[in-house]
Design a protein around this ligand. Structure first.
Ligand code: SF4
Length: 364
């Protein structure tokens, strides 16, 4: 990136790469096939110049290229577009209320990168403008009638591709509901558009009157940049903490070495790895799924190598609103002859765990 404006987030969004040919200056470039072009018509390509500058070559095995270049396999599966049933769980437009104490708000349809594995690829087909005031009022009225909802996940598209005034409008609306305690913003901009974290945006996020968490979406260590690290510091100075959700992706990060580097790298820049998701069965993304056993095996390898702080929970999102389920290797190894419990250690050997306790007369 050589433009003097490349540190400006508006410039980045205005100069997004939208076709194969724009990669022709990179080493390893190969002209697209007819199948790739057909897939790009169904699920268009989009990436900021910054995101593509993280690629080492235009070869299909580069993790950056693989996450944004259309592949024919995306158009060949027969999976559903909305297997999680988000549309059915929407009591008012843009709000999804599936879990007891949390709701999801769909802010917009725009993103800084079209991730080929995206579980909401369907929204690329019908661009969604920022919410109107009337839509926000309908959502906040619903939340006032449902005081059990403590947290709103502000999602998209990518909400942080909106202008500051729209973001402030959304945050202010949800912050005005007394029973909402926390706002969580799901965004891939730390990865693809870290220039977005201006002092003004960080101030808006940190001063909306509720606790704000940012849920970032790093999938590969090549995505961790000095620009992202600086943005995290600006967020933290404004009281916004950051966690990360990674999707396990075939041919991109389904490898313990890659994920160990990613998770420890995230901790180094002060982001807590939170979830490692197995890919949802969404149309256009099946080619990225690894199978659950592959994820369990990788988690077993990671447990031996990285600290508990760096280790996210491996999880699946059950179809039709079944919710997120953590997939843990079974650690209970049974009872010894004297009834002492045994647990598997990191090497898979059963180890005795005596549960010695003493009666405390002061605690009943
Ligand atoms: S940024 Fe998020 S919503 Fe946008 S394409 Fe990527 S995964 Fe999907």
């Amino acid at each position: 990136m050589t433009s003097p404006d490349c540190n400006d987030w508006h410039w980045q969004l205005a100069h997004c790469i939208t076709s194969h040919e724009q990669l022709s200056h990179l080493p390893g470039y190969i002209s697209p096939t007819a199948e790739q072009l057909a897939c790009a018509r169904q699920y268009p390509m989009l990436a900021t110049p910054f995101y593509l500058s993280l690629a080492k070559s235009a070869a299909q095995d580069d993790p950056i290229i693989r996450q944004c270049l259309p592949q024919p396999a995306e158009c060949e599966d027969s999976a559903e577009k909305d297997p999680l049933g988000e549309r059915e769980a929407s009591p008012v437009p843009r709000l999804v209320h599936r879990y007891h104490d949390r709701a999801l708000f769909v802010t917009c349809g725009s993103c800084a990168v079209h991730c080929r594995h995206c579980m909401r690829k369907r929204v690329w087909e019908t661009p969604l403008p920022p919410p109107t005031d009337a839509e926000l009022v309908a959502c906040t009225d619903y939340l006032r009638r449902h005081p059990e909802v403590r947290e709103v996940l502000i999602s998209g598209g990518d909400p942080l591709t909106l202008e500051d005034d729209n973001i402030a409008r959304v945050l202010d609306a949800f912050a005005s509901v007394p029973t909402i305690e926390m706002l969580r913003i799901g965004s891939r901009t730390l990865v693809a558009l870290p220039q977005r974290y201006t002092d003004e945006l960080c101030r808006i996020l940190g001063n909306c009157g509720k606790t704000v968490w940012l849920a970032s979406h790093f999938n590969h260590p090549q995505e961790i940049s000095p620009e992202a690290e600086s943005a995290v510091l600006r967020l933290m100075r404004n009281g916004v903490a950051v966690v990360n959700q990674t999707v396990l992706l075939k041919g991109i990060n389904d490898d313990a070495d890659v994920l160990a580097k990613l998770f420890t790298g995230l901790l180094r820049i002060r982001i807590k790895p939170y979830y490692l998701f197995h890919g949802d069965p969404v149309h256009g993304t099946i080619c990225f799924r690894t199978g659950i056993d592959a994820g369990v095996k990788i988690m077993g390898q990671l447990r031996k190598r990285i600290s508990g702080m760096a280790l996210p929970a491996f999880a699946i999102d059950l179809p039709q609103g079944g919710g997120k389920v953590r997939i843990e290797p079974d650690s209970f190894a049974g009872l010894a002859p004297d009834n002492t419990r045994m647990y598997y250690d990191l090497e898979g050997c059963a180890v005795l765990y005596p549960e010695t306790t003493i009666a405390n007369p002061h605690i009943s």
